[in-house]
Design a protein around this ligand. Structure first.
Ligand code: PMT
Length: 403
C-alpha cells in the first residue's frame, strides 16, 4: 500500500519529534520514500544526522540555502511528494499554516504545495485548547488539511489532557487512509465550468452576472485533490488558477462551449458556471456613442446551453453530468424541471436570492436533485460543498452510493 509512495515529512519543534524517527523507520519498512524538512526548533529535539540516516537522504532545513535552492527548490520538494506529513505539528506551525505565512522552509513548502497535507498536532494541553489554536485548526480543516490526534494523556510538561502526538502506528494508518483517499479518482478525466460569462455589447461593454467562481474553482480543487485529471473552463474571475488543474480562460458562453467540447471525452462534467442565457445579437463593432440620440436598444439572442449540450453529446457524453440550478424562488420545483429539461444526471440546487449570500459568498446550501430524489445538505463552506461533491462523484464511479 505504501510501496513507492513519496512522503515529505516536516518535523517541527516538540518533544514528540523523537516519535517521528520511529515513523520514518516504519514508513521505510513499508517501501515508502521519505524526505524530511527539519525546522530550526525541530533540530533542538532530533538531529539532522539521525533523520538523514533513517531517510537515507539529506535533510532539508534552510529556505535560503543556495545549494538546496539550486538542487531542490522548495516548490520541487512538495511537487515530488504524494503526501506532506507534519509531525509533530506545533501550535506555531499550525498558526503559520492557517495564516499563510512562509518565513522558513517548512512553512514555505506547506504554503506552496497542492498535495494533501496530514498534520499530527503535539503541544501543551492549554495551547491546544486555546481559542486561537482551535480557530486555526478550524480554518485548516475547512481548507482540507487532514489531522490525526492529538491523544489525551500525561504530557512531558507534567499536565494531563489532549495534546500528545498520535503514536507512529496511528499516524501510519492515517497516512494510508489519506493516500487511498487522494487517489480515489486517479486516472479519471473530469471537466468543471466556473465563473460568469461576459457577453459583449460593444468592444468595451458587456453583460455579466454576480458569479465569483468560488464554488466552481473549489470543485475543481476538490476533484484534483482526489487524484482526478481535472480541466477547468472558467469565465472571467478574480481568483488564482487552482494548483494541479489545467485551466482554460474564456469570456463568452460560446467560447465556453467550444472549450468544453474540445476537452471531451471526459468521464464526469460539473457545470458550476453561471452562463449567460442570452448574448447581444445587436453587438456593435465600435464603441457605442452617447451622441444625444436615444439610448440604444439591445437585441438579445439565446446562448447555447453547455450543460444540455454535454448531456446530449452522444458517444462523447460524460458518464456523469452534474449541473447546478441557481434559483430565487421555487428552488426544488425549478431544479427538478431543469434536471429533466437539460438531461443531466444530478442537479445541485442553490438559492441565489440576495439574502442567501450565495453569489460571491463563502458558503452555500445545496439540495442534490437526481432521479433518486432530493438530498438536503446543511449549509457549509463552498470548499466543504466541493469536497462532499467530489466524494459523491468518487462513490458513483466506485459503484457505491447512488445520489
Ligand atoms: O461563483 P460563485 O460566486 O461561487 O457562486 C456559485 C454559483 C451560484 C454561480 C453556483 O453555485 C451556481 O449555481 N452555478 C450555476 C449558475 C447558473 O447559471 O444556474 P442556472 O440555473 O441558470 O443554470 C442551470 C445549469 O445550466 C447550470 O449548471 C449552468 O452552468 C448551466 N447553463 C446555463 C445556461 C447556459 N447557457 N449554459 C449552461 O450550461
Amino acid at each position: 500500500m505504501l510501496q513507492g509512495k513519496r512522503i515529505l515529512l516536516v518535523v517541527a519543534g516538540g518533544i514528540a519529534a523523537y516519535k517521528s524517527l520511529e515513523l520514518v523507520r516504519r514508513l521505510r519498512e513499508r517501501g515508502a520514500a521519505v524526505r524530511a524538512i527539519l525546522t530550526r526548533s525541530g533540530a533542538e529535539f532530533v538531529t539532522p544526522l539521525s533523520l538523514s540516516a533513517l531517510t537515507e537522504d539529506k535533510v532539508y532545513s534552510e529556505l535560503f540555502d543556495l545549494t538546496d535552492e539550486q538542487e531542490m527548490g522548495h516548490i520541487q520538494l512538495s511537487r515530488d511528494a504524494d503526501l506532506l506529513v507534519v509531525a509533530p505539528a506545533t501550535a506555531d506551525l499550525l498558526a503559520k499554516m492557517a495564516h499563510g505565512r512562509a518565513d522558513d522552509l517548512a512553512s514555505t513548502a506547506l504554503l506552496a504545495t497542492d498535495k494533501p497535507v496530514l498534520a499530527a498536532p503535539a503541544m501543551n494541553v492549554r495551547m491546544w485548547e486555546h481559542p486561537a489554536t482551535q480557530a486555526n485548526l478550524e480554518t485548516l480543516k475547512q481548507r482540507g488539511i487532514l489531522f490525526t490526534g492529538p491523544n489525551e494523556g500525561a504530557m512531558a510538561c507534567g499536565e494531563f489532557g489532549p495534546g500528545r502526538m498520535a503514536e507512529p502506528a496511528e499516524i501510519l494508518a492515517a497516512i494510508e487512509t489519506a493516500l487511498a483517499a487522494s487517489s480515489r479518482l486517479a486516472g479519471r478525466r473530469v471537466l468543471v465550468t466556473s465563473g460568469p460569462t461576459h457577453e459583449a455589447i460593444d468592444p468595451v461593454r458587456y453583460i455579466a452576472n454576480r458569479s465569483s467562481g468560488k464554488q466552481g474553482h473549489a470543485i475543481a480543487r476538490a476533484l484534483a485533490g482526489l487524484g482526478a485529471e481535472t480541466h477547468l473552463v472558467t469565465g472571467p474571475v478574480a481568483l488564482p488558477d487552482p494548483p494541479g488543474v489545467s485551466v482554460t480562460h474564456v469570456e463568452s458562453a460560446e467560447e465556453m462551449l467550444a472549450a468544453c467540447r474540445a476537452l471531451l471525452p471526459v468521464e464526469a462534467a460539473v457545470c458550476a458556471a453561471a452562463v449567460a442565457d442570452w448574448k447581444v445579437e445587436s453587438r456593435a463593432g465600435e464603441k457605442l456613442k452617447k451622441d444625444g440620440s436615444a439610448a440604444p436598444a439591445l437585441v438579445l439572442a439565446p446562448n447555447p446551453d453547455i450543460l444540455a449540450s454535454l448531456s446530449e453529446a452522444g458517444n462523447q457524453r460524460p458518464s456523469l453530468v452534474v449541473g447546478f440550478a441557481a434559483e430565487t424562488q421555487s428552488l426544488i420545483e425549478n431544479a427538478k424541471a431543469k434536471l429533466a429539461r437539460k438531461g443531466c444526471d444530478w442537479i445541485l440546487a442553490n438559492d441565489v436570492a440576495p439574502a442567501s449570500g450565495t453569489f460571491g459568498g463563502e458558503e452555500n446550501e445545496i439540495h442534490l436533485v437526481s432521479a433518486q430524489g432530493v438530498e438536503d445538505w446543511p449549509r457549509m463552506s463552498k470548499e466543504a460543498v466541493a469536497r462532499r461533491l467530489a466524494e459523491r462523484i468518487a462513490d458513483h464511479f466506485e459503484g457505491g452510493k447512488a445520489a
